[in-house]
Design a protein around this ligand. Structure first.
Ligand SMILES: Nc1ccc(Br)nc1
Length: 445
């Protein structure tokens, strides 16, 4: 054990031991600031949640991919002032390379699609579950890492792709027991904002910056938003126009303001009619204030929220048709979403939907005498070869073993005792029925 000897060593105070303990003898046992350990109980919940992510991905016919958590910093340098790029967990490695612990997954996906080039046939439907990082001043005490399930479709230019992604999200919520009265998904399109900027003849290069600012709607005051928009050079008339359109919650009103035949309205109408066909229309609603905070979105954007309004966005995503060209490659139409592992667990707790995930072991094998440890091992070995989970217990009193069997929900207790073993037998106790009988050791199933 790393630090027990340090605390029990005979060091004079202040003299660090040969192990990793410090002057007080014990190494810092907490993980780095903003990060988490996962105890076995934590891990059972995380594994259960990730299994739901994987099962939905399988049902949606997505293929799993993975990437290094460490990426080149260049993949994430963007000029639009997004929070995510201002909190890069970046550093220089021993080779002098600028690297980051990735803050998101999408740029890695884009990198791999570019790398695969012509060897992949479109459309691509890929998913991954990966840890993402940010370096935030701990003043806000927020976490610096989380796990994110990402689903992305490359090569489908039409809103059918977004409809597929929304279906995946709805399927996930349904698997967790969450209903459309618990959660909604706000849907809009960045083309709404594009159309408004065009109405005020605002130059194209301001589009991304304006998106990042208006994404703060609901997070900072309207006055602050107006101030930031003015500071980009927008007229106060344009600022009012933007804020008025973004407060719209009805597609028909949007059509009145933007005029019919606007691409944004056509896309959204199509998406909502798809939603009817999929049967998840009651989960989604149009809300022009949704722009999402990532610079590279170009079309439909969406985010899931708890209808009680207590939590941050549960997941979010959108279309990003021009990300690949920012990496110097030919563009491929793409859309995707990220679904974090934190808010969803808060929601499940709120709704009393956390599953009961206690341990379950098939067999406990316990030698009643020390000289029977050998036979007990061979019994454990043959049961494990048959795929049974076996906890081989030794150096314990029988009373402890029964308690332990309850704690780990063992199905059977297999006792190896002298009198039985002499006759080639072992004693089996079925813990649910208290039934007890002898079995030939070689015939144990
Ligand atoms: N992008 C990002 C990374 C890590 C956490 Br925690 N939240 C957001």
């Amino acid at each position: 054990r790393l630090f027990s000897s340090a605390s029990s060593s005979t060091l004079t105070h202040g003299e660090a031991s040969s192990t990793h303990g410090d002057a007080d003898g014990v190494v810092e046992v907490n993980p780095p600031r903003g990060t988490r350990d996962f105890t076995p109980e934590d891990m059972r919940l995380r594994t259960w949640l990730f299994d739901q992510f994987r099962e939905v991905s399988r049902i949606m016919a997505f293929e799993e991919v993975d990437f290094p958590v460490l990426e080149s910093e260049a993949l994430f340098i963007r000029k639009a002032g997004e929070e995510i790029t201002q909190q890069l967990y970046n550093f220089e490695d021993k080779g002098g390379r600028r690297v980051v612990l990735r803050p998101e997954i999408t740029p890695s996906l884009a990198r791999l699609v570019i790398k695969q080039g012509k060897s992949v046939s479109l459309p691509l439907k890929w998913f991954t579950i990966g840890q993402c990082w940010r370096y935030e001043r701990m003043t806000r005490g927020r976490r610096r890492e989380h796990y994110q399930w990402n689903m992305d479709i490359f090569g489908v230019p039409k809103v059918r792709a977004e409809a597929e992604l929304l279906h995946a999200i709805v399927l996930l919520f349904q698997r967790l027991g969450i209903t459309s009265s618990d959660v909604g998904i706000r849907v809009s399109s960045r083309k709404v904002l594009q159309a408004v900027l065009n109405m005020y003849f605002i130059p194209e290069h301001l589009f991304t910056e304006v998106c990042v600012i208006v994404d703060k709607l609901g997070k900072i005051t309207r006055e602050e938003i107006e101030k930031e928009l003015i500071s980009t050079g927008l007229s106060s008339e344009a600022v009012q126009g933007i804020i008025n359109v973004l407060s719209l919650k009805s597609l028909s009103k949007l059509e009145e303001v933007l005029g019919s035949g606007v691409e944004a309205v056509a896309d959204l109408k199509k998406l909502f009619s798809f939603a009817e066909q999929y049967g998840y229309a009651d989960w989604i609603c149009f809300d022009a204030s949704v722009v999402r905070g990532l610079a590279y979105y170009t079309g439909i954007v969406f985010e899931a929220f708890d209808r009680e309004g207590k939590l941050r966005a549960i997941c979010g995503g959108g279309r990003y048709d021009r990300l690949l060209s920012t990496f110097g490659s030919e563009d491929i139409p793409a859309c995707g979403f990220g679904f974090g592992d934190a808010v969803i667990v808060e929601l499940l707790k709120e709704k009393g939907l956390l599953p009961d995930l206690s341990r379950q072991i098939d067999d406990i094998v316990f030698p009643l005498d020390e000289e029977l440890e050998g036979p007990a091992s061979s019994i454990a070995s043959s049961l494990r070869k048959k795929g049974r989970s076996v906890d081989l217990v030794e150096d314990k009193r029988l009373k402890w073993v029964f308690k332990h069997a309850e704690r780990i929900n063992a199905s059977r207790l297999i006792l190896v005792g002298n009198s039985e073993w002499e006759r080639g037998m072992v004693r089996v106790k079925i813990l649910s029925t208290r039934e007890e009988f002898e079995v030939k050791a070689g015939e144990l199933e």
